[in-house]
Design a protein around this ligand. Structure first.
Ligand SMILES: NCC(=O)N[C@@H](Cc1c[nH]cn1)C(=O)O
Ligand SMILES: [Zn+2]
Ligand SMILES: [Zn+2]
Length: 480
């Protein structure tokens, strides 16, 4: 059977090589649309990206393309009546004799500004040193285009897809996947009926040399602490030392959430973490990774841990708390002497088995309120959850992972490592539970791609070989 698959894949891989310029062109067009879900003023661009996908899917011959509306964005939201971007659904084939694979990806991206330190405009895809630089190149427009490219290559060759393919692309992944849980529940026995497995390409190799297949993710609970004080921003020469400043209160409280060595100081949080078993402890030993890979990916020597196992465990199986920013604070160049009247501090906690999101939020709010009360400040403080998304951990011993391992070996000539990841894809567990299928994470990019960071990139080789890997996975899975 395998030999059959490989003889089908040979001309397909050649076609993929031939189509490289068109594939780069497709990604160039996608990156040019600044579909930043976290910036409410750019919401029309996120919607434009949904329409771009609709057009591409139409050109590729998709059936039953639907842009599913999700209604208004729930609070907290600054723009009243802001519509959520639609979910893009499409299918290729509905042959009852074939297996059905649902592929999920997201068409929204993280914010990016040239002045953050990008070498070139983040929304213009630039090819340099065999790398494709641009926001969304690796997270997640490259992989989403990867699925479209695979269909394109099949079409060009006149080769039937080996499975029925259902596409589900969302535009709010970077902002909590709002509305998608409900849509999946609604469509489980409708649009998604008959789905045998789900494949997500929205994460990265652990390092830069060895491909991986991923069977676990951390969750993410995102919070804000809003401190309100004077009626307007004030002159620090006139009011400094005379009034209670919101920013001072906020920094006092935020500064106590986490220690510099990453220890989370909120009582109850660490106690929820599942204990490390001997069996799990052994899983880290064969994984290829060292502190140099971490230094390379972070562009620094700032690691808290020097030992592989410590690094992997703190990325995969322990929670972390990160401070992200302060809305309303002075942040430009120069030296403005302002006292901000209202500031909102943003932080998130990456969650792991067996943390409970509601309990966590209660612990966070209690801690923040207690620390603020100690300040005896007349300002007001409100701590709230902006969004949460669950962690996910599965058993990688199934047909889908086996097919992906074969595909990876064929394309990269090496057996993949089986890894978990510190990032989050909130919808993974929802697919598993609602569709009652397993989910596979099959990453395209490398660990040094700089997702969410400046100068995000995807190596040309990962893009093109990634299309081959996704394609080979479909063929091996069809024949499993
Ligand atoms: N490639 C996956 C990814 O980047 N996921 C985001 C999801 C998220 C969660 N809360 C806000 N965004 C991540 O930050 O892990
Ligand atoms: Zn992503
Ligand atoms: Zn992301």
């Amino acid at each position: 059977m395998s030999n059959n698959v490989e003889s089908t894949l040979k001309p397909l891989f050649e076609e993929i090589n031939n189509l490289k310029p068109q594939f780069i062109e497709r990604l160039t067009k996608a990156v040019a649309i600044p579909s930043v879900s976290g910036d409410e003023s750019l919401r029309p661009k996120v919607v434009e990206m949904a329409h771009f996908l609709k057009q591409e899917l139409t050109n590729l011959g998709a059936q039953d393309i639907q842009l599913k509306p999700l209604g208004k964005q729930p609070p907290p939201v600054s723009t009243e009546g802001l519509e959520l971007p639609p979910i893009v659904l499409a299918r290729f084939g509905s042959d009852p004799a074939k297996k059905t694979v649902l592929v999920y990806g997201h068409y929204d991206v993280q914010p990016a500004l040239l002045e953050d330190g990008w070498h070139s405009d983040p929304f213009t895809l630039v090819e340099k040193d065999s790398k494709l630089f641009g926001r969304g190149s690796t997270d997640d427009k490259g992989p989403v285009m990867g699925w479209l490219n695979s269909i394109h290559a099949h079409n060009k060759l006149g080769l039937e897809l080996p499975v029925n393919l259902v596409c589900c692309f969302e535009g709010m992944e970077e902002s909590g996947s709002l509305g998608l849980d409900e849509l999946i529940a609604r469509e489980a026995n409708a649009y998604f009926k008959g789905v045998d497995t789900v494949c997500i390409s929205d994460n990265y190799w652990l390092g830069t040399k060895k491909p991986v297949l991923t069977y676990g993710l951390r969750g993410c609970n995102y919070y804000q602490i809003i401190v309100n004080g004077p009626g307007a921003d004030l002159h620090s020469g006139i009011f400094g030392g005379v009034i209670h400043e919101p920013m001072t209160d906020l920094i006092k409280v935020m500064g106590q959430l986490v220690d510099v060595d990453g220890t989370i100081n909120i009582p109850g949080v660490n106690e929820m973490v599942a204990p490390l078993t001997e069996e799990e402890s052994k899983l880290y030993d064969p994984i290829e990774f060292d502190v140099d890979e971490l230094n390379l990916a972070s562009g620094s020597k700032t690691a808290i841990y020097q030992d592989k196992k410590d690094i992997l465990m703190h990325r995969w199986r322990y929670p972390s708390l990160s401070l992200h920013g302060i809305e309303g604070a002075f942040s430009a160049g120069g030296a403005k002497t302002v006292i901000p009247a209202k500031v909102s501090g943003k932080f998130s906690i990456r969650t792991v088995p067996d943390m409970d999101s509601d309990k966590l939020t209660q612990y966070v709010i209690d801690f923040v309120n207690k620390r603020f009360a100690e300040l005896k400040s007349p300002n007001t403080l409100k701590c709230e959850l902006i969004h949460d998304g669950n962690y996910w951990k599965s058993d990688p011993f199934n047909e889908s992972f086996t097919a992906a391992a074969k595909a990876t070996k064929l394309v990269w000539n090496i057996d993949p490592d089986f890894t978990r990841e510190g990032g989050s894809i909130p919808i993974t567990i929802t697919f598993e539970e609602q569709l009652k299928t397993n989910v596979l994470l099959l990453p395209m990019g490398k660990g040094d791609d700089g997702a969410h960071s400046i100068n995000e990139k995807l190596d040309v080789a990962n893009y093109i070989e990634g299309v081959k890997t996704l394609s080979a996975y479909l063929h091996y899975y069809a024949n499993a």
